[in-house]
Design a protein around this ligand. Structure first.
Ligand SMILES: *[C@@H]1O[C@H](CO)[C@@H](O)[C@H](O)[C@H]1NC(C)=O
Ligand SMILES: *[C@@H]1O[C@H](CO)[C@@H](O)[C@H](O)[C@H]1NC(C)=O
Ligand SMILES: *[C@@H]1O[C@H](CO)[C@@H](O)[C@H](O)[C@H]1NC(C)=O
Ligand SMILES: *[C@@H]1O[C@H](CO)[C@@H](O)[C@H](O)[C@H]1NC(C)=O
Ligand SMILES: *[C@@H]1O[C@H](CO)[C@@H](O)[C@H](O)[C@H]1NC(C)=O
Ligand SMILES: *[C@@H]1O[C@H](CO)[C@@H](O)[C@H](O)[C@H]1NC(C)=O
Ligand SMILES: *[C@@H]1O[C@H](CO)[C@@H](O)[C@H](O)[C@H]1NC(C)=O
Ligand SMILES: *[C@@H]1O[C@H](CO)[C@@H](O)[C@H](O)[C@H]1NC(C)=O
Length: 570
């Protein structure tokens, strides 16, 4: 939580987490949505759990019982785990066939051996492959879905440009061995319904990346998974550390199956090309969102599911740039109603990059794995753990939410005479943002109105006055602004320290340096938003009309193509 905004009132808003009944498996896709076997949307709200480092075991087994960890994942509102693995676990007997005890001992991790002995004694003398299966079973007992993510070939911390494990044919990335590994995993979990999908390979990268080979081997791997275990979603990662799927705009892979392909994209504040430290957050967010759209967001508009399978931030809440990035990210995750996976569950590692008992500042859990590191983040993400749109939710009439990404809450109207407050989006009365710029309480004649600078916004009935007309301003389009009725001054919706909605002067519209507009950032979530697939896989006019909201049409394609060529050396 940003220190810019005092979240005291949040403490009283402990909403029960989204209750999860397991979807009916297998999953498949319908346009941009992942759906269950009844056709109802399943939103992936996952957390990454690493099992690909040198010990070749799920992290944390020395800290807490595996069932405790699985239950905590479910209790924190997640419905799925992206569970990472290294190819050699299943292709190299001297890696995967040794026991957890042997693996930890040979790395000198005797304290971890003792910890596993206390917390998970039943796992200590199982082989590493069996331990992996046991973790999947523990997740199943909590109705958690699992996505197997092939993080790398040689166990270790991932990922660097020159680690020899970044692209097909690199020193440690043998293609046949990789295919063997995929087949082994897909077979091993053939009758495990909660294993719903497999990511073929995480974060392709490095000096040897090559688009021709991407299509060749991704197609080969995808077909192999399909023929080995037809109930899996097949998940493909892009180039440049999975920051780039832009090449799919020009060409989709050729596959023999349909309705199972999902793309994954990664987005971190430290690598999104925005100057979160020194830039005006309205401008930085606008430019980063634009680039995310070009890097892969366009796939949603084309009717492909896009799984934002890694995002994350310093959970201590003290990293200013990360805090700004996160608020921007959450606004997009809400607006696009993304499937996502937080990096990462682990509060600590047995061993990472040579350091024993490494503390993971991006960890959802604390170092000792006993609780959430940042409880206010857990509340903040909860609105995004359930689907906002998609097939099977159509019994609800379309409506708008006014989402506040800094808190993860929505503007609630209790009664027209009471001050408007932030509260759980699940409790939100429906709003209607009309084409003439009014924010109507749906199905009533009531509308939102500004009163004065520093005064609470109110609900009124004469909605033809200028103070009832709201527009989106700033380059981020996340400030909701109206003009005061007495003198026409522009004000923006804002939030008081107790969660009351008021209007203030608009922040950071033009400042060239840093300033902090986030308390005034809102997104109107449009439940009736139409992401249906175009007729072909390459509907440029459609893409352009969507992109034109962000960029002047005509400019982006040329500019983008140049970037893309440079990026990929082709
Ligand atoms: C198998 O793993 C061992 C232990 O890490 C390693 O020394 C060996 O080179 C690996 N074999 C192959 C074929 O990768
Ligand atoms: C770790 O445990 C093994 C097996 O019990 C033992 O042989 C070894 O000396 C221990 N190493 C350290 C550094 O304590
Ligand atoms: C990419 O791989 C293809 C097929 O092996 C090869 O013909 C082509 O030269 C490679 N491109 C680059 C830039 O290395
Ligand atoms: C919103 O209001 C407009 C007219 O003001 C109406 O046509 C539209 O149906 C309403 N939308 C919803 C979802 O109620
Ligand atoms: C407009 O009125 C508000 C109070 O209603 C006041 O704070 C603001 O300074 C006024 N602006 C101008 C330009 O007079
Ligand atoms: C609504 O406001 C407008 C503009 O201030 C005014 O002309 C009109 O008389 C008002 N209507 C009612 C019913 O009060
Ligand atoms: C907003 O974006 C426009 C166009 O991208 C840019 O020229 C302008 O400088 C940005 N606004 C600010 C205040 O930087
Ligand atoms: C920001 O704007 C101020 C005044 O408008 C100007 O003095 C300053 O040089 C600008 N800074 C940058 C980095 O452009």
């Amino acid at each position: 939580m940003s220190p810019l905004f005092l979240p005291l009132f949040l403490l009283s808003l402990l909403t029960p987490s989204y209750s999860i009944s397991p979807p009916s498996f297998p999953l498949s896709t319908n346009s941009r949505w992942i759906v269950d076997s009844t056709g109802q949307r399943v939103k992936l709200a996952c957390v990454n759990w690493a099992a690909h480092l040198e010990p070749v075991a799920a992290e944390g087994l020395s800290k807490q019982p595996v069932d405790y960890v699985a239950k905590m994942v479910a209790d924190l509102g997640f419905n799925c785990v992206r569970f990472t693995w290294a190819v050699q676990m299943v292709t190299n007997a001297s890696v995967g066939s040794i026991t957890l005890r042997q693996s930890l001992e040979q790395l000198g991790l005797n304290e971890s051996v003792a910890g596993v002995g206390v917390n998970n004694p039943q796992l200590l003398d199982l082989s590493l492959v069996q331990v992996f299966q046991e973790v999947v079973s523990a997740l199943a007992r909590q109705n958690l879905m699992v996505i197997l993510d092939n993080q790398l070939s040689k166990p270790g911390w991932c990922c660097s440009r020159y680690d020899g494990d970044g692209f097909f044919g690199d020193k440690y990335f043998d293609i046949e061995e990789w295919l063997t590994g995929l087949k082994f995993m897909a077979t091993m979990f053939n009758s495990t319904p909660n294993v719903v999908g497999m990511s073929l390979r995480n974060e392709l990268r490095g000096p040897n990346q090559n688009l021709t080979l991407w299509y060749r081997y991704m197609q080969e791997g995808a077909e192999l998974l399909h023929s080995t275990n037809p109930s899996l979603l097949v998940i493909l990662s892009g180039l440049n550390y999975d920051k780039d799927l832009s090449f799919l705009l020009l060409k989709q892979p050729t596959l023999t199956f349909t309705n199972k392909l999902v793309y994954e994209l990664h987005w971190y504040g430290f690598s999104d090309g925005g100057d979160w430290e020194n830039g005006n957050p309205n401008n930085v967010c606008a430019s980063v969102v634009k680039s995310t759209l070009l890097r892969g967001g366009f796939l949603l508009q084309q009717g492909w599911p896009l799984f934002l399978s890694e995002f994350g931030f310093d959970q201590s809440g003290t990293h200013l740039a990360d805090n700004r990035y996160l608020t921007c990210f959450l606004s997009v995750a809400a607006e696009w109603d993304l499937d996502w996976a937080l990096w990462a569950l682990q509060g600590s590692y047995y061993l990472r990059e040579g350091q024993v008992a490494y503390d993971e500042s991006y960890g959802l859990l604390t170092w000792d794995w006993c609780k959430a590191r940042n409880p206010s983040f857990v509340k903040r993400i909860s609105a995004l753990q359930s689907p906002l749109q998609g097939p099977g939710l159509s019994n609800k009439k379309p409506y708008n939410l006014i989402f506040h990404p800094l808190t993860g809450l929505c503007i609630l109207m209790d009664s027209p005479s009471k001050p408007l407050k932030l509260g759980s989006c699940a409790d939100s009365r429906a709003w209607n943002y009309t084409s003439d710029g009014k924010l109507m309480v749906k199905g009533t004649g009531y509308c939102l109105q500004s009163v004065s600078v520093g005064k609470n916004a109110k609900i009124g009935t004469n909605c033809s006055k200028p103070n009832s007309k709201w527009e989106f301003v700033a380059n981020s389009s996340m400030h909701i602004s109206s003009r005061l009725h007495n003198n026409g001054t522009a004000v923006c919706l804002d939030v008081d320290s107790d969660g009351t909605i008021l209007t203030n002067g608009c922040k950071c519209l033009t400042e060239n340096g840093t300033c902090s507009p986030e308390s005034q950032w809102f997104k109107i979530i449009v439940s009736s938003r139409d992401f249906t697939r175009g007729d072909s896989n390459l509907e440029l006019p459609l893409v352009e009309s969507w992109l034109s909201k962000f960029l002047p049409v005509g400019k982006w394609r040329g500019h983008h193509y140049v970037e893309w060529k440079k990026g990929h050396r082709i």
